[in-house]
Ligand binder design. Structure first.
Ligand code: APR
Ligand code: PHB
Length: 386
């Protein structure tokens, strides 16, 4: 097979890039390791910046988002039960939208045939070759049969565990946090009209939503905790305690339809380009989920990368591809900072003493009483400019 851009991975990054390139008439093929069913059933993030909703609108892929997405004009912080509303629309003129990554993935896959976007599912042994030459290629197997794609460019959109990052041979910078999030999905009405980030002496809790009848909740847990030890009742009790009485009053309990623990980490791989290979999304960076940036950061990488590749293929302009890594990394590092800041502010760290705890209280008290502090959180939460 021959194409212009071979895209490794059919997560949000790979699918968004595929649609962006197809819209500009550039040939591309997406090669995905797992099955369509598995990709469509992954439950992940749910809060979209305008960066993401604008991109979906430009691609003409926002029909369902416009109907089912829930616009949020603000977010809510809670400090040991004290509620701190943060107005987003008032200070930025923009809002965020609650719409599940699962739904975005489905929309992008459903629209692929009409866009002429081919996706190879269940590709085994995916390997990248000759990325330093003008003729890179991708090899893999489908049903045991060896396949090769010869291309001009490879886009590594294969997430944290894919092979593309290693092919860059860059340097890594990371931090693992001494806790994870236990997440529950339940078909109950959300407890609050906005996302709630709660700091409590017993640990962090988050209240989010997927629809008016589906809620997503998380509590901070130690890295040694096991999901089997968390009955639904134990989860709801802990969640309500940490959210505090004002927010807990709105909680409707119900059976969990999904329950899992995810570790928290910050990670950046630099640079994001080597020769004809470009990284985007989780392949190059991970943020802890406090701040809801993982999916949105993949979207901004794809805006930069698709602009760069379209400039190159359509006009022979290499400025975009040459500047891609530095341009993307500037926004990535600022977003890493915000995600680390909110994580550090809202969680209990096992090695923190009374001084660190008082600093968290003081900072949250400052935020509660300062329009400037709230504006700073709002402009980061809604998404920094591209
Ligand atoms: N060959 C082909 N595909 C692969 C390979 C491989 N060897 N290894 C991994 N993949 C696929 C995965 O199966 C997955 O479908 O690459 C895809 C990567 O998708 P994500 O992990 O969702 O990463 P990305 O597209 O960058 O997502 C951006 O959304 O919810 C968030 O956590 C997610 O923050 C991330 C963001
Ligand atoms: C979610 O809805 O799953 C969600 C919301 C906000 C976050 C993280 C996750 O910061």
């Amino acid at each position: 097979m021959k194409t212009q851009v071979a895209i490794v991975g059919a997560g949000p990054a790979g699918l968004l890039l595929g649609h962006s390139l197809r819209q500009a008439g550039i040939a591309c093929i997406v090669v995905e390791r797992t099955s369509q069913v598995r990709v469509e059933s992954r439950i992940r993030a749910g809060i979209l910046e305008a960066t993401m909703t604008d991109l979906l609108a430009r691609l003409g892929l926002d029909a369902r988002l416009k109907v089912e997405g829930l616009p949020h004009d603000g977010l809510t912080l809670v400090n040991d039960g004290a509620v701190i509303p943060v107005d987003i629309v008032g200070s930025t003129g923009k809002h965020v939208t609650a719409y599940g990554q699962t739904e975005i993935t489905r929309d992008l896959i459903d629209a692929a045939p009409a866009a002429g976007l081919d996706i190879v599912w269940e590709a085994g042994d995916v390997a990248l070759h000759d990325v330093d030459s003008d003729h890179p290629s991708l090899t893999f197997t489908v049903d045991g049969v060896a396949q090769t794609i010869e291309c001009d460019v490879i886009a590594g959109c294969d997430g944290f565990h894919g092979p593309s990052r290693a092919a860059i041979g860059g340097t890594y910078c990371d931090r693992a946090y001494p806790f994870g999030w236990l997440g529950v999905l339940a078909d109950v009405a959300p407890c609050h009209h906005e996302v709630v980030y709660a700091s409590h002496d017993r640990g962090f809790a988050l209240a989010s939503m997927r629809s008016p009848t589906r809620s997503r909740y998380y509590v901070q847990v130690g890295n040694d905790e096991r999901v089997e030890d968390w009955s639904d009742d134990r989860f709801w009790d802990e969640l309500e305690t940490r959210l505090g009485p004002d927010i807990a009053r709105g909680v409707t309990r119900g059976p969990s339809i999904e329950k899992s623990i995810a570790p928290l980490r910050s990670f950046v791989s630099e640079p994001m380009r080597r020769g004809r290979l470009f990284l985007a999304g989780d392949a190059a960076h991970i943020v802890p989920p406090t701040g809801a940036k993982g999916l949105n950061l993949a979207a901004s990488d794809i805006v930069y990368l698709s602009e760069a590749l379209i400039g190159w293929f359509a006009r022979g302009d290499t400025a975009g591809v040459d500047g891609y890594s530095a341009r993307a990394l500037r926004r990535i590092w600022k977003t890493e900072r915000f995600s680390w800041y909110l994580t550090s502010l809202m969680h209990r760290f096992p090695d923190a003493g009374p001084f660190e705890r008082r600093m968290q209280h003081a900072e949250l008290d400052y935020i509660a009483t300062s329009a400037a502090a709230q504006a700073s959180i709002a402009e980061n939460y809604v998404g920094l400019p591209l």
